[in-house]
Ligand binder design. Structure first.
Ligand code: MN
Ligand code: MG
Length: 643
């Protein structure tokens, strides 16, 4: 009986517990249909249409479910551009993302920074017909003396009253409060679109002010929809990735994170104080971040119990489900005899319509090139692929700096080949034939969704920037005749070429940097005769270097980079700038000469591993006396070059 009594107590608890599943999508970036529009081929690993199946499945497993999106849903694929620029949204039109979210019965969403890319009016029309509340507490029409006096763009928070059933089938009503925040950097990134129309407040400040009000108004549970990543522990004014300080706010129960395009929980966050990747908590609060482009569904599975009229989180399990493994996780029987209606068929129909229209658009010519554009010989200084990106970047930055006090500084443009063999394999080269160019060609040219940026650096920084880049080459000896040109352990995306300078590279000297960016031979140098405008570079001379936001912010640890040296950061993505550039230069003619020359005192020979497509263009490297040495095991063409 004693045993019984014990069991009775725990079974009472178990029988009155409410299982509540919170689901998150984030950073969808208009990935609706499972398709890679730039490569023009299906990609089953992403997209809301397949995520809808995962949601359908997850809803069969738990009786009480809520679904939220955490922002950055309006911009990011040719579908987003097509709707904003080609189709347009008139009053009363339903944006396909909103239509799909309506069909999936989202409970609430918040805004991300990319919602503002097409301007405020487009955003407001896009969400006007949403069947769910849109919340954001720190993106404002006007800032008041304190957060509670602000005028908001959308509601700062919403209380959702939901009927739930406990494990014994008893009904309850739970009031769930959802509050939204997004990085105040929106005001910097979207300056032209938003200046004078929108203001932003620090996320932590806004959340601190609203959470107590939500509690007073009757929220049993407060969920923070934070379009923000896990960053510094300490709160600083207007910080971008504020999940840790947000998690410290009293009264916040759960956090949906995003913006950083990462997964949480995951090993990447293992060593951060206050972060527990086994339990999926930040400062003890269950937290999830579900990847990007619809790659994952985030889940927080709560067990709620009620004592003295107050709901408590008794247990929480945090997980993410990848589309990639969805096939393994589906229990098909659940979908064959669904307990709650399936929404995914309707979502599929909605996204299929948008997909068909966009396919036609990406296959339409956007220009014409007289020059073949490829990256087969980028490491030898012959590459129309990098030259074209460098020039498009330079022209864009020059236009945006015009009229500012930076306009008189020397302007150079740094680019790394998007596709240059390496670990990506022998097909990983840009190869666009002369002739019509489409959006698809641009995908082959530039694979990263980077934004254009420019940094203010010194001549000394540029020198180190180049030393870091040319550390991608092996040290060559005149005595050896079977040696590889490139160090296979060095990622190709860190091989930057600075257009606008002139320099020689001496590969008989040791590399100054290791592949990870650490300076291993500070006493050595491979860069010779570095000049700008025909004269040696003064180490003190300031330069503007056009690059991408990733690099400008410090990725790869290039000399002088970091937020403090950023001179321009523009929300336009590089691929869109390329599209404009290519359309405006019809026909396009690209000079494939790079600004550097490989040199050696007594002549060296080395093997370049390139794609077999290079065979059509060997005349471009005639100066290296190329000798064909067959195709290696992995499929790379081996070309012996002499210089
Ligand atoms: Mn995003
Ligand atoms: Mg974002």
């Amino acid at each position: 009986m004693k045993q019984d009594g014990f069991d009775t107590a725990s079974s009472i608890h178990v029988r009155t517990a409410v299982d509540l599943r919170i689901m998150e999508t984030t950073d969808l970036h208009v990935h609706l249909h499972p398709y890679d529009y730039y490569a023009d081929c299906p990609n089953p690993d992403l997209g809301l249409a397949r995520l809808a199946e995962l949601v359908d499945h997850a809803r069969q497993q738990v009786p009480n479910c809520l679904l939220f999106d955490n922002g950055d849903f309006l911009q990011g694929t040719p579908v987003g551009d097509y709707i904003a620029y080609d189709m347009g949204l008139k009053e009363g039109d339903l944006h396909p993302v909103t239509a799909a979210m309506n069909a999936m019965r989202y409970d609430a969403i918040t805004l991300g920074n990319h919602e503002f890319n097409y301007g405020l009016d487009f955003l407001m029309r896009s969400i006007a017909l949403a069947d769910f509340p849109v919340v954001s507490s720190n993106i404002l029409r006007g800032k008041g003396g304190n957060p509670r006096a602000d005028r908001h763009l959308v509601k700062p928070y919403q209380l959702l009253q939901r009927d739930v059933v406990d494990r014994s089938g008893q009904p309850h009503v739970i009031t769930i409060g959802v509050l939204g925040v997004a990085p105040p950097q929106i005001m910097i990134w979207e300056r032209q679109n938003l200046q004078g129309r929108i203001e932003a407040r620090d996320m932590v400040e806004a959340a601190r002010a609203w959470v107590p009000e939500m509690r007073e108004a009757g929220a049993d549970l407060v969920i923070l929809l934070a379009h923000s990543g896990i960053g510094p522990i300490r709160h600083t004014e207007n910080m971008e990735n504020a999940i840790i300080p947000l998690a410290m706010i009293e009264g916040v129960d759960l956090i949906l994170s995003g913006h950083a395009h990462r997964l949480f929980p995951s090993r990447a966050f293992a060593d951060i104080p206050g972060v527990d990747i086994d339990r999926g908590t930040v400062c003890g609060k269950p937290t999830v971040m579900s990847g990007f482009f619809g790659s994952h569904l985030g889940l927080i599975d709560l067990q709620l119990t009620r004592a003295a009229g107050v709901w408590h989180v008794f247990d929480a399990k945090v997980s993410t489900r990848a589309l990639r493994d969805a096939a393994n996780q589906f229990a098909p029987a659940l979908l064959e005899h669904p307990r709650v209606p399936l929404r995914s068929p309707k979502v599929r129909r909605i996204v299929a319509r948008a997909h068909d229209a966009v396919l036609e658009s990406i296959r339409t010519p956007i220009g014409r090139s007289e020059t073949p554009i490829n990256s087969f010989f980028a490491y030898l200084g012959r590459s129309a692929a990098t030259a074209l990106v460098a020039e498009a970047q330079r022209a864009f930055v020059a236009r945006h700096l015009d009229g500012t006090d930076l306009a008189d500084l020397p302007l150079v443009s740094s680019v790394s080949p998007s596709k240059a063999g390496g670990l990506g394999g022998p097909r990983n080269f840009t190869n666009i034939a002369a002739g019509p160019l489409t959006l698809r060609s641009l995908a082959d040219l530039y694979i990263y969704p980077n934004r254009v940026a420019a940094s203010r650096l010194t001549g000394a920084d540029l020198w180190l920037w180049l030393e870091r880049s040319v550390s991608a080459f092996n040290r060559l000896s005149p005595e050896v005749d079977e040696q590889y040109l490139m160090d296979a352990s060095f990622p190709g995306y860190n091989f930057e070429i600075i257009y606008g300078l002139e320099y020689e590279v001496d590969l008989t000297a040791p590399a100054r940097f290791a592949g990870d960016g650490s300076e291993v031979n500070p006493e050595h140098s491979r860069i010779r005769n570095l000049t700008w405008n025909g004269a040696p570079i003064d180490p003190e001379q300031p330069f503007i270097v056009c690059t991408n936001s990733f690099r400008a912010q410090g990725a790869g640890g290039f000399a002088g980079t970091g937020p403090e040296s950023v001179a321009l950061e523009h929300p336009a993505i590089t691929r869109d700038i390329l599209r404009d550039y290519v359309s405006a230069s019809d026909p396009l003619v690209v000079d494939d000469r790079a600004p550097f020359r490989l040199q050696s005192e007594n002549g060296v020979q080395a093997i370049l591993r390139t794609g077999t497509g290079a065979l059509d263009y060997l005349d471009r490297i005639a100066g290296f006396a190329p000798e064909l040495c067959g195709v290696d095991k992995s499929g790379f063409l081996r070309v012996k070059v002499t210089f």
